[in-house]
Design a protein around this ligand. Sequence first.
Ligand code: ARG
Length: 461
Amino acid sequence: MSKDNKQKPWGGRFTAPTDEFVEQFTQSVSYDQRLAHYDIMGSIAHVRMLARVKVLSADESEQIVAGLNTIKQRIEQDEFSWSTALEDVHMNIETALVAEIGDVGKKLHTGRSRNDQVATDIRLYCRAEIDAISALLTDVLKSIHALATQHVNTIMPGFTHLQSAQPVTFGHHLLAWAEMLLRDRDRLQDCRSRLNLLPLGAAALAGTSYPIDRESVASELGFDGVTQNSLDSVSDRDFVIELAAACSLIMMHLSRFSEELIIWMSQASGFIEIGDAWCTGSSIMPQKKNPDIPELVRGKTGRVYGDLMSLLTLMKAQPLAYNRDNQEDKEALFDALDTVKMCLLAYSGMVPTITVNEATMYEAAAKGYATATDLADYLVVNGLPFRDAHEAVGKIVQFAIQAGKPLDELTLQELQQFCDVINDDVFAVLKLEGSVAARNHIGGTAPAQVEQALSRLEQLI
Ligand code: ARG
């Protein structure tokens, strides 16, 4: 803890030392140190530009770059000592630079403010995280692809209202998950393209009087261009909110998969098992094997939504330009990103351990009168208006329930009681295999379509 403000880069204006509570309350270095890599990257690009426009000499710029690289190494090797008195990652690094290379280090901050500096750091950080999350999404997509490949012909009940509705192939069901994750990956790319602009040069809020060359800094840092308004540049956190929203959607999707896995693994359903290595037990009930991984993923969804709400609320009604409120963006952002990454890792590890009880799935589909719509369609093909067909099949289902039989075990005579257009060929329609195979169009559940969807997915991953 500092006893005076002399070591603080902003200490000049102050006569009394900062209250210790204030130091603790205002510090962000305990969490923003994870931006160090990007902070140094941004500083190096800034200082090289200052030399190009002759605000600094080539020699000064080289000394600063060398000093920053030394500090970077020290941080990477965990040999850097972070100081709360120095508030944040930016002032810690700048102070270390001056200690390392002497007074020339004090020139680093020329034409720049921590306001545009931190905005730059977060954009660089978010960009890297988007790339990492996209790669993790691809891993999960691969694991879904592999499982779906084994279940092109596996029949299960498809549900609406969680009631057995129509038979589907398990491969088709899994590929619905893949569609969600593909959209998630697109959404991240969309967010990436919007955030990939350089805010540096906005300085505190109004720009700077030095003859800076923002475009060259942007291209050195891999940005697609520069932001267009200095006030907006230092205050904008839309991209953080967009990224947290994209993370929330990923979590929403994972929570849906999780819910299904949990239901399917219940004894009542018995459709799947998750491998022992990816389940845990109970401390009291020796028989238990619990789907804790999907349960935790489902639970962590709330936490990412909370991060999104924090960020939206953080920005609500903030006047231009930078306000210290903005420092509060980091923990929510980091938490959302960390949580999503962990959950995606969990999924890519767990999905390959899933085994499927095909017989149980098949029986559940057979028991649920899932081909009733096929029977109604058959009656329509044979001349009945759809509403009349619906009515007739409703009566047939009621009869079958009372007789305790699935539809395809009713006799032709039993069926004909309800409608005289029914013939021998009806049994092909009542079979689960016939029902799924008939839905043979893009987006349908027929095995032939699942094969095509799998090759399309393979191209995309
Ligand atoms: N640590 C701050 C943040 O994360 C950046 C510093 C801006 N501070 C200031 N007094 N203008 O937003």
